[in-house]
Design a protein around this ligand. Sequence first.
Ligand code: AMP
Ligand code: MG
Length: 438
Amino acid sequence: MDEGETVKAKDAMEGLTPLQEAQQIVLESTPTLGLEKISILDSLGRVLGEDIVAERDNPPWDNSAMDGFAVRWDDIKQEHAIQKPVTLTVIEDVPAGKMPSKSVGAGQAIRIMTGAPIPQGADTVLKVEDTEHTPDSVRVFKPEQQGANIRPQGEDVKKGECIIAKGTQIRPGEAGMLAILAKSFIFAYQRPRVAILSTGDELADLDERFSEEKIINSNSYGIAAAVQEAGGIPFLLGIARDTPAALKEKISHGLTADILVLSGGVSMGDYDFTKAVFHELGAEMNFWKLAIRPGQPLAFGKIQGKLAFGLPGNPVSSMVTFEQLVRPAMLKMSGHRTYGRPVVQAIFQEKFSKRTDRRHFLRGVLTREEGVFKVRTTGAQGSGMLTSMVKANCLIDIPVEVERVNPGDLVSVQLLSGEAWASHAGPIQAGGHRLSCC
Ligand code: AMP
Ligand code: MG
């Protein structure tokens, strides 16, 4: 690039905030919400607001891993069993859920079910299928290792240990563990409430009769789903018409939520009043334009202490910018420790070129073929073409400074769903060449 071009590129960047800087500003402005007490049944996906410390061992006592007979190993040692099968006297039956009342003496055995506590005196459990037995006796014809088929007290959880740390997102495994630890209620971070406002005279909502010149408000619904996917509670404010008064009324209402997400009306068109209304409401704005595509017009600031995002109106732009800025803020608010999507490196399958003034997020399809991640675009990438999001399982992240990407180049890919991992098993390999900058 010669000097003249550098100056031109700088001019083009004027007023455009780089995404990484914008993300830093947003996260620095984002508080973490307080805690609330919730039932274990509502805990899936929630972020734990306390360390969960075990108040007892699990299992609470040594117990049997098999249906069989609790015996003294001395009685059934290999040399006895192989030369001459041993017959032991069965002195008690211990089903699961009952404590043994007797201890096992020399020549004795206690019938025991899986999960039942090991009786005093016994140190080994024989599997029922390795014995011949009557109600009163058991004949042992196969030796066992000393200690076999016994699950020791505390092998899973030791009393006093922190088993699930604050900041962990609850999955089914954690929910089961909470039950083992007898925690029917836990403290979790509150879920962010997100007010969603669409703006524009051209919009009609789903429950309205509308004429041909209208466009259906799809952003409110796409964004509401994105809010739910990120663990938040969406609150639809409907459509604000393109007048300062209509915008002001709706925005004021939205300030009861933790985050206000508005779409449309942030570019510099004749009917874009957002800037003026934000100002009137005392907004402290951090930026108005982002160096990404899709999604250049993007406002962020605080209004009366609440986070306010003005996303671009085009449906794809609003979803891509939500991913990059609103979602991380929501994850921070709800107590998560990391705020990004999983990222993998994949081999690009096409040719793509762009100017070097913006980071691009192409909607992509990631596959794994013979252990190697490969990615192609979903096809046409217009910011009004929501089919590109419908077809995509990832966003392909092309850095600001990269001008051309060729087949075989290695690109970073943000995963939007887990299916790319699941589809083709096999080891993951690197490969491809690094992207070169202009
Ligand atoms: P704007 O940013 O207001 O200039 O809007 C840019 C484009 O996005 C226009 O074509 C709008 O019709 C479209 N648009 C704005 N808001 C929505 C919405 N809520 N749902 C669907 N399309 C929208
Ligand atoms: Mg508009």
